[in-house]
Write a protein that binds this ligand. Structure first.
Ligand SMILES: Cc1cc2nc3c(=O)[nH]c(=O)nc-3n(C[C@H](O)[C@H](O)[C@H](O)COP(=O)(O)OP(=O)(O)OC[C@H]3O[C@@H](n4cnc5c(N)ncnc54)[C@H](O)[C@@H]3O)c2cc1C
Length: 572
């Protein structure tokens, strides 16, 4: 093993949440804190750069928006599973985040009078999506990255693949990682950890997410005993481009786009007449699948039947100014120019509402460990997230966790001890187990079967039979995973090995999601069961908590904060 590396705070992940956390810790300590920022991809390749549509915040109280309204929209959107104290804290702090980014230099899109513009988004009763054309995430990442370079206290470990969280006596000590460029195994010690590893979109075969989004942080936290919360709630975004799943931002509908079935009807009229194409995503996704199942969709290849997203009436000028990237994507990938033709779309696996269990400040039950961004479940989105609330969550909880971790580290004296046993275990897992497996199973086949299973049984609509089949299949795949072999034996950029480790993480995350979904005998938000079609507040107004055990996830539950609004029927 090479020399030991040690930092005060380790930030695992360089997406919006990770960068904002590193920046907050730097600002809070005037650059005096020593941070290690680790990412398995080059910093600007984190999935956050792909965010298109916008970031939610109340900026226009004088025009009728209010913090209360943003909070209510979020709570109602969540089908009452969001913790209301968390949501309240969030909406109060978001305007400040938008102005902070403005001061750091982000080119927010503007109104003709020069003030920051905002567009409409699904489930929001007021246009409060702050945006930078249709490349919001890219500009947010860029401005955070730029600002972070003003501080010299952050050491970057780009293309370092973290394999485990190292603990001793139940306390955090550090991370084990492979430097992908050299294949070297390293230990990075730290006094505090902020996990910001993003979601788990790639457990699905039809997803908007980058190939790197494989739930690693969720699985690593789970494996060291941190509970995973509400993992059964998975968001389908209504408008994934056929056949790749590339996202056509909700901003398309925010700018006035229509959804049409085969008969040319704006079918949302029949499902959410008050909101039409700007209803929340779970409701639109169900409407689209219903239209398709009832024969009013267009026929696509591989069963990917679809509807039309029609932007033609917006005109070329608006499309070019506000949705230029969408036009480019549709033209490049399916040869459709949205100025003249409708875009073929269907609901696509988009977002994990669940994740690492944290309190309102993003702290996990393990001392010295925080989680922020999509990987965390601070319980802001409940059973269904509203568009633009995620980049917002990343920014705000990135900030809080960075500040909290910085405060915590000041109270930790002495050097971090090398956790010998955990390091030996992490090494053994790689070199005496994974790399020694000599079975005939292919990780690529297992991965494909995992994705087929998720797409078939953990979709927009679910039922007990399918979920049971899904759980059985995951157990089978986990067995087969023990009989794989990593064929590539080279050290530099051993992507075969990386995919193998990612597959192990995805199997754990999918196992928790499937079992959680099977347990939850109700329909709430994105979790729509054909065998339990009603929301059941008496039995199920509670969070799912899954804890690792050798036999599989153990389930427990925790209460939901409903201190501001009592649950009511959710109609739009
Ligand atoms: C196409 C698309 C469009 C979207 N548009 C919007 C939008 O308009 N508005 C909105 O609010 N939300 C949007 N979202 C959702 C939002 O962008 C994401 O939820 C958010 O950006 C996630 O940020 P993050 O910081 O949590 O993680 P990510 O940006 O996914 O970053 C994860 C980081 O963790 C690192 N990492 C992961 N595993 C490891 C490991 N094993 N070792 C080392 N490093 C690791 C990665 O390298 C990466 O740096 C969109 C999502 C997609 C996919």
């Amino acid at each position: 093993m090479s020399e030991t590396i040690s930092h005060d705070i380790l930030v695992l992940g360089s997406g919006l949440a990770g960068l904002r956390a590193a920046l907050a810790a730097s600002i809070a300590t005037k650059g005096k804190i020593d941070i290690g920022l680790v990412s398995k991809v080059q910093l600007m390749r984190s999935h956050s750069v792909a965010a298109e549509g916008g970031t939610a915040a109340v900026l226009r109280e004088e025009e009728g928006d209010s913090l209360d309204l943003h909070a209510w929209d979020t709570v109602k959107g969540s089908d009452f599973l969001a913790d209301q104290d968390t949501v309240t804290l969030f909406v109060r702090n978001m305007p400040g985040e938008i102005f902070q980014l403005e001061h750091w230099g982000i080119p927010w899109s503007r109104r003709p009078d020069g003030r920051i513009d905002q567009r409409a988004f699904g489930g929001h009763s007021f246009p409060r999506a702050t945006f930078a054309a249709d490349k919001t995430g890219f500009f947010e990442m860029q401005v955070l990255y730029d600002t972070l370079t003003r501080y010299e206290n952050t050491t970057r470990y780009d293309e370092w693949f973290v394999t485990s969280i190292l603990t001793e006596d139940g306390e955090f000590r550090g991370l084990s990682a492979i430097d992908l460029a050299t294949g070297e195994f390293h230990v990075i010690l730290g006094k505090a950890l902020i996990i910001a590893t993003g979601g788990a979109g790639r457990i699905s075969g039809f997803t908007t997410y980058s190939h790197s989004v494989t739930g690693d942080g969720i699985a690593m936290a789970y494996r060291v005993g941190i509970p995973i919360k509400d993992m059964e709630f998975i968001q389908f975004h209504p408008t994934g481009l056929i056949p790749t799943g590339i996202l056509m931002t909700e901003g398309c509908r925010g700018e006035g786009g229509y959804l049409l079935n085969k008969q040319g009807e704006r079918f949302m009229e029949g499902y959410a007449p008050g909101k039409m194409e700007l209803a929340p995503r779970d409701i639109i996704s169900r409407a689209m699948i219903t239209e398709i199942n009832q024969g009013r969709g267009f026929e696509g290849v591989n069963g990917l039947n679809y509807a039309h997203l029609d932007l033609r009436h917006l005109g070329a000028d608006k499309i070019n100014e506000r949705l230029g990237f969408i036009r480019e994507l549709a033209m490049k990938f399916v040869d459709v120019d949205p100025v003249y033709e409708p875009i073929p779309v269907r609901p696509v696996f988009h977002y994990a509402m669940g994740g690492i269990h944290t309190d309102i400040n993003g702290e996990t039950p393990m001392k010295g460990v925080w989680a922020a961004g999509e990987t965390a479940c601070v319980s802001m989105h409940g059973a269904n997230r509203l568009g633009t609330n995620s980049t917002a969550e990343c920014l705000f909880w990135g900030k809080i966790t960075g500040e909290e971790a910085a405060k915590y580290v000041r109270g930790v004296t002495g050097e971090v001890k090398m956790p010998q046993e955990a390091v030996a275990k992490a090494r053994a897992h790689l070199y005496n187990d994974i790399l020694k497996r000599e079975g005939k199973e292919s990780i690529y086949e297992i991965r494909q079967e995992l994705r087929r299973n998720v797409d078939k049984n953990l979709g927009v609509y679910r039922n007990g039979e399918g979920l049971k089949e899904g759980c059985r299949k995951i157990s089978e795949l986990k067995e087969r995973y023990l009989k794989i072999s990593v064929r590539d034996r080279s050290k530099a950029y051993n992507i075969d090995l990386m995919y193998t480790l990612e597959l192990g993480f995805m199997l754990d995350v999918a196992e928790v999601a499937f079992n959680g979904a099977l347990n939850r005998e109700e329909s709430r938000g994105s979790h729509a069961r054909l065998d339990f079609t009603k929301r059941d507040d008496e039995k199920w107004l509670k969070h799912t908590l899954a804890t690792f055990s050798a036999e599989g996830p153990k389930f427990d539950f925790s209460p939901v904060d409903i201190s501001s609004w009592k649950p009511v029927e959710r109609t739009y």
